[in-house]
Ligand binder design. Structure first.
Ligand code: CA
Length: 236
């Protein structure tokens, strides 16, 4: 699985199996990695477990409908772009969808090319927003605070942690690219420099330490994720 070929992670929430299958195939052909969900509860579960660049959300779903799913996502302070898909084309339905958190709205039956363009636009817009983010001297996540200037941190247990220079650099790199995978190559270049090539285990050990410092349960990390064979991801 080459991450460079992956244009983004999409959660496709659609209860009509044939449509889900057809859409998934077309999105994958475009270069997206697609996870499917057949109802609202499954969608919410996946959103809590995995990172997505975009959610394509059908409105008419069994039990928890798309409107409630969108509302639920936003109540969790999750800003993931949502493209709502609905068979209902009335203005009132669109307004409701947009009010509850959809970023864009498309009506069934839709033109595939139009859907793909909207998907691409939403993902690119979000990526640009993320790239522009720079990190201040202090950064908070959970109940942890990192002071990059002082190379120290205070964690959720109230412990003061002295960070090594490399730890501070790696934390900054991961946080600047939050919710995006930072490849091992990029980490080695940015933190270790071109001349030294530490083993994979070196970077792993840094991540393990971050989990010990900042995670409630270091075996089930919320913030510091390893993407096997690719790199690492800081998620908030
Ligand atoms: Ca449906």
């Amino acid at each position: 699985m080459g991450i460079s070929n992956n244009l983004g992670y999409i959660l496709l929430v659609e209860d009509e199996e044939n449509l889900q299958e057809a859409l998934k195939l077309n999105l994958e052909l475009e270069g997206y990695e697609v996870t499917g969900a057949g109802d609202g509860a499954e969608a919410l579960k996946k959103i809590n477990q995995e990172y997505f660049d975009l959610i394509i959300l059908d409105v008419m779903l069994p039990e928890i409908d798309g409107i409630d799913v969108a509302e639920n996502i936003r109540l969790q302070n999750n800003d993931v772009p949502i493209l709502m898909v609905s068979a209902r084309s009335s203005t009132a339905d669109k307004v409701l969808g947009l009010k509850k958190g959809a970023d864009d709205y498309i009506t069934k039956p839709f033109n595939l090319e139009e859907l793909l363009l909207r998907v691409q636009k939403l993902i690119n817009k979000n990526k640009k927003l993320q790239e522009k983010e720079t990190v201040d001297d202090r950064y908070n996540f959970g109940n942890n605070t990192i002071d990059f200037k002082a190379q120290s941190a205070t964690n959720f247990r109230g412990e003061m942690i002295e960070l090594s220079r490399k730890e501070a650099m790696l934390l900054k790199l991961l946080i600047e690219n939050k919710n995006d995978v930072v490849t091992r190559e990029k980490i080695l270049q940015a933190v270790w420099g071109y001349n030294v090539y530490p083993t994979t285990r070196t970077v792993d050990n840094f991540i393990l330490n971050f989990r010990k410092y900042f995670e409630l349960d270091s075996r089930s990390p919320k913030y510091f994720h390893s993407i096997r064979g690719v790199g690492y991801k800081f998620m908030v």
